[in-house]
Ligand binder design. Structure first.
Ligand code: IVH
Length: 708
């Protein structure tokens, strides 16, 4: 009964996922969807025996981290020859037709993301691998499972038992803009373009982070042994029926003229697409013709990419200004003579940093080429030296802060200069206060950027702590405020004292400590005092905290000005402790566990138990693990690795004893004593690199052999 219900819910959720994310045509409300999802999650939690890595519930992703394993592609992931010239494209088509006679082409958009290969066995997603070097890639299955447009199970029943499908993981502009806005607010470096953002996201260690980033996936090429199709077009129509997102912006072209029309159309129409594209891919449609044409060492001879030229404009740099961010980072910005580019008037372009300016030898007064490539912010790509004035001098980068005059510094490994005068430099102070009052931080309504500037310029706030000393009478007389707004602001400030600890921690504006990092820190350390007392080694023990973030945290709390602010915020009554209701004890605090095998209770319950007593669950066996909790049928490979690393192996009973506080946790151990014998056919293969044999079927010519 329960099993049937779980299966029915999974089927329903997959169907509605498909309707929403692939067809863009939802049939049920979000509420109905969420209700079904919650029911499924509850049932799965209660019945781990029915767990399935392809359940729609896993799309939310896990916070556990794991290294990527390398997988060998069954069919190599080739690149495409490319050209920017229509003449070259025509030569390419001529060459094909000289060899194979007149033939049809499928023209598709060239999606500007990162390539992915999905493997399906008996209709279920079993592997998602990056291109890597074309022969071997990274297994990013857990991350790709969170991408809603990737089907976890196929529809219908006429799909091959085993096949691969290739396509592009994309970041739509809307997701990209949201992500960069968040990163900017956190003082993190921005992604230059959606392609980098998609590739970077796919390599995230936490699939929960991936799930939040709004990736999409479009597929454009099948690979398999003896696929039952005569043409590429036909194969993609079928793939669409199986539930894949296949672009409908593609076309069969019978002549070169039709190919040209397709290219001309999309060269402009692409600007209105919600995702980035950088060209058109022209592919021979007929698989028999493809076989006849074959491959060069790197690319098929039956396909080519025509790349759109990035739109360029030539204009003059009037001057260079410097922006100072909340973290003190300096960004040089070129002020341009306004110029029309890809439908918008461009007045400013980022110059990134001193190195970039020096590399291009950019000087005010120069005529420069401005481009909008995949990037949203226009960039300067070169100088027209023929128009440079004879008396022009190399640009001298600023050495002091343009606002407060403090000498600038460079931190190791960072391209940008920084103004170190955190407590005295106006844009930094104002930037920090604006960050503090943001919705995702202390959420103080009624205060915006302009009001903060007003308060600062009137000497009413110098730090975020000053907000809590404000009185309505001080605010009311200020321009554009008045008694009513003043009271609202004060009320809103008072209310912010109830904002939970993770958001307060985020609001402090510690460099690189974004919303998620703050949450992890709060979960791990529970109180601000514990975060402040933590050493570098202790900080990096928390989820997602690396050396760079740890150093930024240490630096923040080493600053007396910050400590004074914290003392005042504490006195004002802000939340500096995580709510403890969900914690039963601290018996396992500071210890990391990997739970593996079967137990008297579900694995999720085991993990919840560990967390409830302050322990931390890890996904993979590594040097960071303190204990393996081994149940029945634990995989022999995990066991072997644990033994090799000398990790202590305990069973369920011993874990319970630790929780009750009477286990000899530091006693020496012999490793295997309490572990049930692994079965001969244990799951070792799951943790090893997949070595797939290369098929030796007739289909090889369509998908050449993987060679090293
Ligand atoms: S076909 C054997 N079709 O472009 C060739 N590739 O420059 C298989 N790409 O690595 C690729 N859109 O990541 C193909 N419609 C499309 C594409 C496309 C984008 C990417 C792909 C490939 C790269 C080659």
């Amino acid at each position: 009964m329960i099993r049937e219900r779980i299966e029915e819910l999974r089927r329903q959720l997959e169907l509605h996922n498909y309707k929403y994310y692939v067809e863009n045509n939802p049939e049920i409300s979000d509420f109905e969807f969420d209700t079904m999802m919650r029911e499924l999650q509850d049932l799965e939690r209660a019945h781990p025996e029915y767990a399935d890595p392809n359940s729609p519930s896993v799309r939310v992703g896990s916070d556990l981290t794991s290294e990527f394993r390398t997988v060998r592609h069954r069919y190599p992931m080739l690149s495409l020859g490319n050209t920017y010239s229509l003449d070259e494209l025509h030569e390419f088509i001529d060459r094909i037709e000289r060899e194979a006679g007149p033939t049809d082409y499928v023209c598709e958009l060239k999606f500007d993301g990162t390539a992915i290969s999905l493997t399906y066995d008996n209709g279920s997603l079993t592997l998602a691998a990056t291109r890597g070097d074309g022969v071997q890639g990274d297994d990013v299955t857990a991350n790709v499972r969170t991408v809603r447009s990737v089907p976890l199970h196929l529809r219908g029943n006429d799909y091959p038992a085993h096949f691969e499908i290739r396509g592009e993981i994309l970041m739509p502009y809307a997701s990209f803009d949201r992500l960069n806005a968040e990163r900017e607010a956190n003082g993190e470096p921005l992604f230059a373009n959606p392609r980098n953002a998609a590739a970077g996201t796919l390599k995230q260690q936490s699939s929960a982070v991936v799930a939040r980033r709004g990736l999409d996936c479009t597929l454009y090429q099948l690979a398999g042994d003896n696929l039952p199709f005569k043409t590429h077009w036909e194969s993609l129509q079928k793939a669409r029926e199986w539930g894949f997102k296949i672009s409908d912006r593609m076309r069969i072209c019978h002549t070169v003229n039709e190919v040209d029309d397709f290219i001309r159309h999309w060269d402009t129409a692409r600007h209105a697409l919600p995702f980035p594209t950088d060209g058109v891919v022209i592919k021979v449609n007929d698989f028999a013709v493809r076989r006849q044409l074959g491959f060069t060492a790197k690319a098929p001879k039956w396909a080519v990419a025509y790349k759109f030229k990035a739109e360029q404009a030539l204009t003059r740099i009037d001057s260079v200004s410097f922006q100072v961010g909340r973290t003190g980072a300096i960004t040089p910005v070129a002020n341009l003579e306004p110029v029309l580019l890809a439908g918008t008037t461009v007045r400013r372009a980022t110059l990134h940093n001193a190195e970039q300016m020096a590399r291009l030898d950019i000087r005010p007064g120069d005529m420069v080429y401005v481009e909008k490539g995949g990037e949203i912010i226009p960039k300067i790509t070169g100088v027209d030296l023929s128009q440079r004035p004879a008396d022009s001098q190399p640009f001298r980068y600023i050495t002091v802060c343009p606002v407060c005059g403090t000498p600038l510094v460079r931190y190791e490994g960072e391209a940008k200069h920084y103004c170190p005068n955190q407590s005295g430099c106006r844009p930094q102070i104002i930037g920090r206060i604006i960050h503090f009052i943001r919705r995702k931080a202390l959420d103080i309504e009624g205060l915006g950027e302009e009001t903060i500037e007003l308060l600062y310029d009137n000497g009413l706030v110098r730090t975020v702590a000053d907000l809590y000393d404000l009185r309505a009478e001080q605010l009311a007389p200020l321009p554009r405020l008045g008694a009513k707004s003043a009271e609202n602001i004060i009320r809103s400030i008072q209310r912010s004292k109830e904002v939970p600890f993770p958001r307060v921690l985020f609001g402090l504006g510690i460099r690189f400590v974004g919303e998620t990092t703050a949450k992890y820190l709060a979960e791990h350390f529970r109180t601000l005092d514990a975060v402040m007392a933590a050493s570098r080694e202790e900080l990096v023990q928390a989820e997602e905290i690396g050396d760079r973030i740890a150093d930024a945290i240490l630096e923040y709390f080493a600053d007396e000005t910050n400590l004074e602010i914290i003392r005042r915020l504490r006195a004002a009554g802000l939340q500096f402790e995580a709510t403890t209701s969900e914690r039963s004890s601290e018996a396992l605090a500071g210890k990391s566990f990997v739970v593996s095998g079967r137990f008297s209770r579900s694995r999720d319950e085991m993990k919840a138990l560990i967390e409830a007593h302050g322990g931390r669950n890890l996904a993979a066996v590594s040097g960071n693990v303190d204990y393996i909790v081994a149940g029945e049928k634990m995989g022999p490979a995990k066991l072997k690795k644990a033994e090799k690393l000398g990790i202590r192996i305990i069973d369920e009973e011993e874990l319970l004893r630790m929780i009750e506080g009477n286990a000899a946790t530091d006693a020496p151990q012999d490793g295997t004593q309490s572990v049930p014998e692994p079965l001969p056919n244990g799951s070792a293969a799951q943790t090893e690199t997949t070595e797939k044999s290369t098929p030796d079927s007739a289909q090889q010519e369509l998908f050449p052999k993987t060679t090293n």
